[in-house]
Design a protein around this ligand. Sequence first.
Ligand code: UDP
Length: 481
Amino acid sequence: ESESAKPHVAVLASPGMGHIIPLFEFSKRLAADHGFYVSFLNIASEASAAQTQLLRSPNLPPSLHVIDLPPADVISDVLLEDCPVLTRVCLILQENLRSLKSVLLSLRKPNALVADLFCTDTLDVCHELSIPVYFFYTASSALFAFSLYLPTLDREVDGEFVELPEPVHVPGCSPIRIEDLIDQVRNRKIDEYKWFLYHCSRLHMAKGIFLNTWEDLEPVSLKAIRENRFFHEIPTPPVHPVGPLIKETEPLTETGSECLAWLEKQPKNSVVYIALGSGGTLTAQQITEVAWGLELSKQRFIWVIRAPSGATSSGAFFKAGGEVNNVSDPDPASFLPEGFVERTKEVGPVVPSWAPQIAVLRHEATGAFWSHCGWNSTLESVAHGVPMIAWPLYSEQRMNATILAEDVGVAVKVAEEGGRGTVTREEIARVVRVVIQGEEGKALRRRAEEFKESAAKALNSHCGSSFESLSCVAKEWKALS
Ligand code: UDP
């Protein structure tokens, strides 16, 4: 079949590797498994090195095309400087989507546009061009249910949600503890909340919603979303769980190869892999505690480390996503305790900024993942059968940590001093030992293994629930041609 005869779908992700990775994976599957011609619209002006590397990977399906959006007006750094992550994402999108109409008009008309949550402005342009819009929600379906319910909550609750006396009850879902509420709704007066609410209130206008989850992982939330018609006065569009859509392989950088060569020499399930997503950063004091905690634990580790950030826990969101091999990354020895790198180099390599996460998780020497619980990291860990140590930092990560520890049963949470504070070296040493050496760790690993199997089953092209769910929509799109 010639390329131009294939049905065409356009895909658009928000900035940030946590969005780009799953939407790109989705695009690859559509092209490779379902016979589509896919245009992946890329906000190139914001691309980090890791993003560019991903989008230019060798061996992409030939009918997947990356199309750079024309560079938008630069938003003043002053405006972006102190913005929380989500506000920045939304402002960048607002500028970059001005060209969407002309870009879409310059392509063969797509049968559908798939965009992620913060791209709801695509609805207006696509309505004008009669292109159906689908959203791909890159977080949990528990958060998706909360997002659908937020406009109702916003109407019904006076004052701040964080002052509510009881957990938040999204109909049909597990209650959300006040301390787990996502950052974006913890202060209703700030812009970040308004942006989040704005996009959430437009979610139901899509023709359908793809969720990066699968039936067995989140049965309660999925049932609630399907059965509950009270999130809105307007019914929720059909939801399609298509996950776990995670990266497969990735090209290795030099440090990445070294890190895997070291793993090769370690015993099975003996290494804890520590990484805080594409954006996570720690304070200098916390880095010191982690370093001492790891030494105290006497366990093996790989630590993906970034320079300390005093002001925010998402300090690297826009530049990491990996300044892969960036020369300007300071030498970790400069902010780690004196002699740490030297003392631990045999038992625990530190990797500056970015590691080949999938390859590490897939390796049998990896025994646990110390994670900030971003949704992609969560799916990647579970799909590889690796138990987790949950250390949520920002955004919806506290909610994910609770789901993993209490509903899925594959994680332990670290205890922070005073609820939301520093994690001490003693706590770090304790948790690492428990998960790598203890009975609790073994139980978590068995459970994670079960989910690894169930994930593989969901994706199986013979009747897997997630595979089928994408196939169904693919058939509807093809019928539009
Ligand atoms: N990632 C990686 N190497 C790193 C850190 C992160 O490959 O050193 C990838 C990771 O595999 C995941 C993504 O970056 O796919 C991070 O997404 P997640 O949702 O976990 O967190 P976010 O970055 O959105 O906070």
